[in-house]
Design a protein around this ligand. Structure first.
Ligand code: ADP
Length: 151
């Protein structure tokens, strides 16, 4: 089944959701009818800063001004989540060549599994380049104020 609406899934750990993530969402707003932020359980990353429910609440607040954006948690493969929501696009943010090299085989493999799904990469603006959830989490765990990096 296909859906003519341009629905994009923005998958990630979002632990925490940063102003870098929000920047990607804002840039994607005019491209898609709907954007679903999909908080995945990533087996290689620990969630330490907050509980998953706090994380969900944090994202809900950040996206409140944008009616076409929603957020959900998911388990399993991103392509399965996309199919369930009839989403034809996966949205990802690229900060540097390391991000790109990491993302490329995932995008290619996702397309092998479902060639109706296209991964769309948007590059970050320079001021968000150094913002990663891992670094923000580390600062926060060491009692540094990270509010400027969070929406
Ligand atoms: P994952 O564990 O899937 O990498 P993240 O929450 O770290 O999840 O990132 C989700 C997406 O957001 C990824 O595409 C990542 O490259 C992108 N991203 C993370 N931080 C930034 C940033 N500061 N600017 C632009 N994109 C970002």
């Amino acid at each position: 089944m296909t859906n003519n609406k341009r629905i994009a899934v923005f998958p990630g750990s979002f632990n925490p959701f940063t102003i870098g993530h929000l920047d990607i969402i804002k840039k994607a707003l005019p491209l898609f009818d709907e954007i679903i932020i999909a908080i995945g359980k990533n087996s290689t990353k620990k969630s330490q800063l907050k509980t998953e429910d706090n994380n969900l609440e944090q994202i809900k607040k950040a996206i409140a001004p944008y009616p076409s954006v929603s957020v959900e948690q998911y388990n399993g493969l991103t392509v399965d989540f996309c199919q369930k929501h009839q989403a034809r696009f996966i949205l990802r943010g690229i900060r540097n060549t390391i991000d790109f090299e990491y993302e490329k085989p995932i995008a290619q493999m996702n397309r092998k599994m479902d060639n109706n799904i296209l991964t769309v990469f948007l590059t970050t603006d320079e001021q968000y380049n150094a913002i990663s959830s891992t670094i923000i989490r580390e600062l926060s765990e060491n009692e540094k104020d990270v509010t400027e990096f969070l929406p």
